[in-house]
Design a protein around this ligand. Structure first.
Ligand code: GLN
Length: 451
């Protein structure tokens, strides 16, 4: 049914870069056979899923939305892919994304944009716009995203779906193409809080193949999602997450959510987190710095595209020509920003300062979580904007992640879930819930209560 739905609508939505029809049917058949033999089935047996094209899949193309990996077929599965298969999930295919997960609209994909199923002329968010659009268009009931600065939560917000960025280190990064290693985090996307929890439990857990993987039990997220409640909880509202640049309808729906939380028995606490205002600036030094190092591996010699290998060019020239042809403008901009910020003489002024700001933001969270159990905010300042509107204005694009970035810098957990439509454009608004590190279950407890 989901393959038929993809066939019917994906020409317009363009959520998928690759539909693995044969692979999906084979996985589904294998589940049927297991069931017929009376074997024990995985926890999500037979449930179809759309996988962001940033995770390696053995024998199935993985492009990261970039020309530089066009035609590359990974020889191995990411840990996350392995876990999905072990849970008997049926992987429908690979979803569209901003190139190397750099963007907030999926317009930076080298393979063309994805439409927002609520209005195909609007962006579905980014970088994981393909995954969120697949959910909103009912092409898949579950999806996987990655969130470096908001790429799970912002797409969830603008498509009226649920997305969770687990605590940093909760889901293995092995086989997940690196953008900014100290920020990158894979996580679940779904249409309900409980569905997200069921997927969270399958993909999380310690992995010795990832040096920053957290070696601790997965928080009881499913139990929390089944027992939604905010009675007696202290919920923080951060002063810095409103004001200029926020759409009136977004603030209206957010204020209604806060009123609902109060009605359900939560105590609302106003919080001041002054360093959150510096989050965006710190992020746009740290993320490009780390990406300039991570993307050095795309040299035209190891994987994917190779340009100029005609006998007339040196190895260095082949690398240069390949990168010129294979990387899009946003990726080049970030590599240049990053190499500049890391260069000797500038390192302390830029990268060093950004790391200090990161510490200040972490401390603001620590202080906040002495007073409250969770923090709530709008996920993103506006609803989905028109495709093309911010394409030539990186600063305007970067503002989409104003409320999501502090969490990545501090490494704690956050969820976005729908909280109604903005009255001025009838487009979905996202409510963000933030919890301390390793307390991911709180997101689900609160999310299930207000869903
Ligand atoms: N939009 C942000 C960026 O462009 C975040 C992307 C992400 O979370 N992968 O870097």
């Amino acid at each position: 049914a989901h393959l038929a739905r993809i066939e019917a609508v994906d020409e317009k939505v363009h959520a998928f870069l690759y539909v693995d029809r044969e692979g999906a049917l084979a996985q589904a058949r294998a589940v049927d056979e297991k069931r017929a033999r009376g074997e024990k089935l995985g926890p999500l047996a037979g449930v179809p899923l759309a996988l962001k094209d940033i995770f390696t899949t053995e024998g199935v193309p993985t492009t990261v939305g970039s020309k530089i990996l066009e035609g590359w077929i990974p020889p191995y599965d990411a840990t996350l892919t392995k876990k999905l298969k072990a849970a008997d999930v049926v992987i429908l295919g690979k979803t569209n994304m901003d190139e190397f997960a750099m963007g907030s609209s999926t317009e930076n994909s080298a393979y063309g944009p994805t439409g927002n199923p609520w209005d195909l002329t609007k962006i579905p968010g980014g970088s994981g716009g393909g995954s969120s659009a697949a959910l909103a268009s009912f092409e898949a009931p579950l999806a996987i995203g990655t969130d470096t600065g908001g790429s799970i939560r912002q797409p969830a917000a603008v498509t009226g779906t649920v997305g969770v960025k687990p605590t940093y280190g909760a889901v293995s990064r092995f086989g997940m193409v690196a953008f900014s290693s100290s920020l990158d985090q894979g996580g679940p996307c779904a249409r309900t809080v409980l569905d997200a929890a069921l997927l969270h439990e399958v993909i999380a857990g310690h992995d010795p193949l990832d040096s920053t993987s957290v070696d601790a039990p997965v928080p009881p997220v499913v139990e929390a999602a089944r027992n939604g409640s905010v009675a007696g909880m202290r919920v923080g509202v951060v002063k810095q997450f409103r004001g200029e640049g926020y759409q009136a309808g977004v603030i209206q729906r957010f204020d209604e959510s806060v009123a609902l939380l109060k009605e359900l028995g939560a105590e609302i606490v106003e919080l001041d987190c002054p360093s959150f205002d510096l989050g965006l600036s710190a992020y746009y030094l740290i993320a490009p710095s780390e990406c300039s190092s991570n993307l050095a591996r795309f040299d035209g010699l190891r994987y994917g595209l190779r340009t100029g290998d005609d006998g007339g060019h040196s190895a260095e020239e082949v690398t240069s020509l390949t990168r010129e042809a294979g990387f899009g403008p946003e990726v080049k901009r970030r590599i240049m920003l990053g190499t500049y910020a890391l260069s000797s003489g500038y390192y302390d002024a830029y990268y060093g300062s950004a790391q200090k700001v990161r510490t200040l933001i972490t401390r603001d969270f620590e202080k906040a979580f002495e007073q409250v159990d969770v923090i709530v905010s709008p996920t993103t300042p506006t609803t989905a904007f028109p495709i093309g509107e911010r394409a030539d204005d990186p600063m305007a694009m970067y503002l989409a992640d104003l409320c999501t970035i502090p969490t990545n810098l501090a490494g704690n957990a956050a969820m976005s879930l729908p909280c109604g439509l903005a009255p001025e454009d009838n487009l979905p608004v996202g409510l963000q819930i933030i919890a301390p590190a390793m307390q991911d279950d709180r997101l689900y407890k609160v999310g299930a209560a207000v869903e």
